[in-house]
Design a protein around this ligand. Structure first.
Ligand code: SF4
Ligand code: SF4
Length: 290
């Protein structure tokens, strides 16, 4: 990513964690108390097979954890380890792990035969596997509510289902720290769901760049907030400004509010009295179209 640019590619159809090939998705909708057998371990014949030839969709909290695990800034992480693709339906740009450019398409964090080198900070979709998670938007009386649900992903090569360890979806989620990840990403995912609402806004390339920065490029977003006119324009309490300066997860959640402001979803940020708000499409240049 020379010069701090992220090359955004068009979305390609493929096998993506969270957007699975429907042939491997089991049609039944699971409850938290649905039972299943599963064990994944180094001695199993299929060990590491699930970490190649797949596209791994990333959430903001995935990137935060992985860049900190590697001890590098978000810009460097995104440049080295991800590709950005625009989902043509929603026009949102998303980050995916950059797989090897050969026929095996191995994950950059996979070492054979040892496995995942960032295991305790692996992305949430790797944590959930072989359970898939999705969100449904429903209208309840006057309110739109989001309901999370689960399904099995059964790939032929995965032998873990033949093992004897017993789980429920709930105990699997707890074991995989999925609650923490879902809690961190929930507000962002709800923003993504709004793409289906009437009157949705298609993002132009400049807004896509801002969306991408606020979603994934946290160190750049911090500079945008504290080293541009941002603080002169938006009305932020002193304590809140201090919190987002010093607490990365608070900064990430503040970035979600900025995305809402950008997408004109609600009055997520208040402009100071007497200040003319900046045009939302202006801001630091963070990406270009590929
Ligand atoms: S991040 Fe780890 S668990 Fe996920 S695909 Fe890569 S090597 Fe596998
Ligand atoms: S294919 Fe299934 S059992 Fe085998 S390593 Fe991957 S998750 Fe574990």
């Amino acid at each position: 990513m020379a010069g701090g640019y992220v090359k955004i590619e068009k979305f390609s159809e493929g096998r993506c964690r969270q957007m699975f090939n429907m042939k491997v998705v089991q049609p039944a909708r699971l409850d938290l108390d649905t039972k299943f057998n599963f064990r994944c371990h180094k001695g199993i014949k299929c060990f590491t097979l699930c970490c190649s030839n797949i596209d791994i969709f990333l959430t903001p909290y995935d990137v935060l954890r992985m860049k900190n695990r590697l001890g590098i800034p978000s810009e460097e992480f995104l440049e080295k380890y991800t590709v950005a693709r625009v989902d043509e339906k929603s026009s949102h740009p998303y980050a995916y792990l950059r797989m090897a450019a050969d026929s095996e398409r191995r994950c950059p964090f996979l070492v054979v035969p040892d496995g995942c080198t960032i295991y305790t900070d692996r992305p949430v979709s790797c944590r959930y596997y072989p359970v898939g998670q999705a969100m449904l938007k429903k209208r309840e009386e006057e309110e739109i509510v989001h309901e999370e649900f689960y399904f099995f992903v059964k790939e032929e090569h995965c032998l873990g289902f033949k093992e004897e360890d017993k789980w429920t979806v709930e105990s699997w989620r707890a074991d995989q720290e999925a609650d923490l990840y879902d809690g961190m990403n929930r507000e962002w995912k709800e923003i993504l769901m709004r793409r289906n609402l009437p009157g949705k806004i298609q993002l132009d390339p400049k807004k896509q760049a801002q969306f991408f920065m606020a979603s994934y490029d946290l160190d750049r977003f911090r500079r945008f907030v504290f080293e541009s006119r941002f603080m002169d324009v938006f009305d932020l309490a002193k304590e809140e400004a201090e919190k987002i300066r010093t607490d990365e997860t608070a900064l990430m959640k503040f970035a979600f509010r900025y995305i809402k402001y950008l997408m004109m979803m609600e009055e997520a940020l208040k402009v100071k009295e007497g200040v003319v708000p900046p045009k939302k499409e202006t801001g630091p240049k963070t990406s270009k179209q590929g």
